[in-house]
Design a protein around this ligand. Structure first.
Ligand code: ATP
Length: 610
C-alpha cells in the first residue's frame, strides 16, 4: 500500500525532535524500510529538503509571501479563517510551517500518497511563464486544503526551503545501510554514492536490486563523480618517503571542472558538484568537437588565459568568469584554457580503478599537450584543452626543484600523484599529495570552516550588526559540525555586512541538530557557509567541541582570521575535518619539537584577501 504523506510527516516530526546522529539514522532507517522503490527516491530528496539531487539544483525556493497567499486562498470561504492577518500571525509563529499547522488545525488526517504530493510539488516548481505565479498559489492552496495540520507544517517548510532536519549525507548512508544491516552494505552504498552523487538513486537501486545492484553501478555521464582530494605534506622528502617514485604536476589555481560528454551533450560540474555548464561555453564547444558522439568524463582546472603574454591569469582574474550574465562577452575578454589532469570514464568503461599511470597515458593520447603560448603566437588553431604539466620524480630533490620552478612561474605549488594510485572518488588520501607555496613560506595551511553562529558587534562594530563568527570543523564520523574558533577579523567592513545579511537568512532559534559547540554565539545559524581561515597555531582547548572526547580536550585556533568571504565552491561537509585538524596539530608539534618547519605563521606577512 502506498505510504501516505501523513506517515512520512510523522517520521519528519520524530526526526525534528532528535539530536543524536545514531538515533536519527535509526528513525530514518525505519522510514526507508516502509517505502517501496518508487517512494524511496523522493523521500530521500524530501529529507534533504530538495526536489532532486543537489547537483540538479532542485530547491523549490518559493517565497514566504507566496506561501502565505496560498494559505490565505486555502482558507477563503471557510469558517476557520483567522481574524488576525496572516503576516501578523507569521511574525508571532516565526515560520510558515508552524503557521500552516496552526491555521489548518481543524483539518483531518490526510490519506493522500506521499509520492503524489511530492510529484505535485515537482510539477508546481516547473510552472513558468505568464500567470504561473497565480497557478502556483492555486495549486499549493489546493494541496493545503487536503493536508493534515502536521503535513501542512512540513510541506510549507519544504516549499520555502526551510526543512531544517539537520540530516547530512553520512546519516542518510547509515540509515540506508540499516536496510541491509551489514558493514559491506555501508561500503557499497558509499561507493555507489561517490560514483553518482545521488543518494535518492542509490536508495532506489538498493531497494530494487539490493547490494548487488549497487556494486554493478558505473559512472554515468550527467551524474557528477564525487571528487578525489589531496592530502598535504611539506617537502619533497616527505612526499618521496610516503609514495616513492611519483608523477608531479603543477597545482593550478582556477576552477576545477569535471566535464561529462555523452553523445554530444556536454555538462560541466564544479568542485562542489554544482552544474556550471553555462559558465564555460568554450569548454562545451571544445569537448563537443573533440568527443563528438563518444562518451567521456574527465577533469581539469580552467584558468584565465592571457594571450598577450602567453601565460595564465591569477585566480583573482580567473574568478571574474564566474557569472550568470554576459558570459560570452566576458569569455572574449578572458578566454579560458582547461588543463586536463584525469580521465574517469570513456566510451562506457569506468577508468576509476585503473592506475594513475595508465589513466595519464590514455589522457595524453586524447588531449594535446599544453603549449598554448606557442600555438597562439604562431596563429595555430586556438586550443582550449591541454594536459597539466607533469614530470616524473625518482628522487626527492626532483620534486623540490620542480616545486621551485612552478612557484617561480607564479603557480600555487605542486600535486604529487602515486603511480599505482586509483582515482578515489569522494576521498582525501595520499594518492594525491599537495605541497603549496604557503607551507614552505612558514605559513600554516588554511582551514576551511563552516559557520555555525555569529555575535552582535560591539564598539566600532555595533553599527555593522556583527562582530565575530563562530566557526566549526566537520566531524565526518559523527556527521556533526564542531566548534573550533570565534573569529573576529580578516574581512572589510563591507564584507562583514554582506556576511551578516547572508547569515540572517539561515538563523536558527537553537543550536541546529548537527552542531556541537562548547560556546554559545548570540545567534545560531545552519551550517551552510564555508570560509577559509588562517591561524597562528592549533592549540588544545577545554572550550571547543572540535576533537573533544571524555578524556581529551578539544582543539582551538590561536589568532584565527578569515582570508576569504564565503566559498561558493565548498559545501559544509567539505569543511576541514576533525581528523585533518588532528593531523595538522601533530605535524605542528613535530615541526616545533624537531626545530624544523613550523606551522606558525608570520602574522605580519599574512595579508587577508578581502
Ligand atoms: P585547496 O583549497 O587547497 O584548493 P581543496 O580542498 O579545494 O584545496 P584539495 O584536494 O586540497 O582541494 O586540492 C586539490 C585541488 O587542486 C583540486 O580540487 C583541483 O581543483 C586543483 N588542482 C590544480 N591543479 C591540479 C592538478 N594538476 N591535479 C589535481 N588537482 C589540481
Amino acid at each position: 500500500m502506498p505510504v501516505s504523506i501523513d506517515r512520512v510527516s510523522e517520521y519528519l516530526d520524530r526526526l525534528e525532535a532528535t539530536a543524536g546522529r545514531l538515533e536519527m539514522a535509526r528513525i530514518l532507517g525505519e522510514l526507508l524500510a516502509e517505502l517501496d522503490s518508487d517512494e524511496i527516491e523522493p523521500a530521500v530528496y524530501m529529507v534533504q529538503g530538495q526536489l532532486a539531487p543537489p547537483f540538479r539544483g532542485g530547491e523549490m525556493g518559493m517565497s514566504t509571501k507566496l506561501v502565505l497567499r496560498a494559505i490565505e486562498r486555502a482558507l477563503e470561504g471557510t469558517r476557520e479563517k483567522p481574524d488576525t492577518p496572516l503576516p501578523e500571525l507569521l511574525a508571532r509563529e516565526g515560520d510558515p510551517g508552524t503557521l500552516a499547522e496552526r491555521v489548518f488545525s481543524h483539518h483531518k488526517t490526510s490519506h493522500i500518497d506521499f509520492a503524489t504530493v511530492f510529484s505535485g510539488l515537482r510539477a508546481l516548481s516547473e510552472l513558468e511563464g505568464q500567470g504561473s505565479q497565480d497557478d502556483k498559489i492555486e495549486a499549493l492552496a489546493d494541496l493545503f486544503r487536503s493536508l493534515s495540520p502536521l503535513s501542512s507544517r512540513f510541506v510549507a517548510r519544504f516549499v520555502v526551503g526551510r526543512l531544517r532536519l539537520g540530516v547530512g549525507d553520512a546519516t542518510l548512508v547509515d540509515a540506508m545501510s540499516r536496510l541491509i544491516g551489514t558493514k559491506i552494505a555501508k561500503t557499497e552504498i558509499e561507493k555507489a554514492y561517490n560514483l553518482c552523487s545521488d543518494l535518492g538513486l542509490v536508495a532506489r537501486i538498493l531497494k530494487q536490486d539490493g547490494v548487488e545492484g549497487l556494486s554493478g553501478l558505473k559512472p554515468r555521464p550527467g551524474f557528477p563523480i564525487r571528487m578525489a582530494l589531496c592530502e598535504r605534506l611539506s617537502s619533497g622528502g616527505e612526499i618521496f618517503e610516503k609514495i616513492g617514485r611519483c608523477a608531479v604536476e603543477s597545482k593550478y589555481d582556477g576552477f576545477r571542472c569535471q566535464v561529462h560528454c555523452s553523445e554530444g551533450k556536454i555538462q560541466v560540474f564544479s568542485r562542489n558538484l554544482e552544474e556550471t555548464t553555462a559558465m564555460f561555453p568554450e569548454i562545451v564547444e571544445a569537448a563537443g568537437s573533440l568527443f563528438g558522439n563518444r562518451s567521456a568524463i574527465f577533469e581539469g582546472e580552467a584558468l584565465g588565459y592571457n594571450a598577450k603574454t602567453g601565460g595564465f591569469f591569477p585566480f583573482q582574474v580567473t574568478i571574474t568568469r564566474k557569472r550568470k550574465h554576459n558570459v560570452l562577452e566576458k569569455s572574449q575578454e578572458i578566454p579560458l584554457k582547461a588543463l586536463i589532469f584525469d580521465l574517469l570514464y570513456l566510451d562506457g568503461e569506468s577508468w576509476l580503478s585503473r592506475p594513475f599511470e595508465e589513466r595519464r597515458k590514455k589522457l595524453e593520447s586524447l588531449f594535446p599537450s599544453h603549449h598554448f603560448a606557442v600555438e597562439e603566437r604562431e596563429n595555430a588553431p586556438r586550443g582550449v584543452f591541454g594536459t597539466s604539466r607533469l614530470i616524473m620524480a625518482d628522487h626527492p630533490s626532483v620534486i623540490d626543484e620542480f616545486f621551485d620552478e612552478v612557484v617561480e612561474e607564479g603557480f600555487e605549488g605542486i600535486i604529487a600523484k602515486r603511480l599505482p594510485g586509483v582515482y578515489t572518488a569522494g576521498s582525501r588520501n595520499f594518492n594525491w599529495i599537495k605541497l603549496k607555496r604557503s607551507y614552505r613560506e612558514g605559513l600554516s595551511d588554511t582551514l576551511d570552516l563552516a559557520l555555525i553562529g555569529y555575535y552582535r558587534g560591539k564598539g566600532q562594530r555595533t553599527r555593522l550588526g556583527i562582530g565575530a563568527v563562530l566557526a566549526a570543523a566537520y566531524d565526518a564520523e559523527r556527521d556533526v559540525f564542531v566548534s573550533i574558533a570565534r573569529i573576529g577579523s580578516g574581512l572589510t567592513e563591507e564584507n562583514w555586512v554582506a556576511l551578516r545579511e547572508m547569515l540572517e537568512e539561515i538563523r536558527a532559534d537553537a543550536p541546529p541538530p548537527n552542531v556541537s559547540s562548547g560556546v554559545e554565539p548570540d545567534f545560531w545559524v545552519l551550517p551552510r557557509f564555508v570560509v577559509t581561515v588562517r591561524a597562528d597555531e592549533i592549540t588544545r582547548s577545554p572550550t571547543h567541541a572540535c576533537g573533544k572526547t571524555e578524556t581529551e580536550e578539544g582543539y582551538a585556533l590561536r589568532f584565527p582570521r578569515m582570508v576569504s568571504m564565503v566559498r561558493a565552491d565548498k559545501r559544509p561537509a567539505d569543511a576541514t575535518t576533525v581528523a585533518e585538524i588532528r593531523g595538522l596539530y601533530k605535524q605542528q608539534r613535530e615541526a616545533t619539537s624537531g626545530g624544523g618547519k613550523t606551522l606558525k605563521s608570520k602574522r605580519t606577512s599574512d595579508r587577508p584577501e578581502e
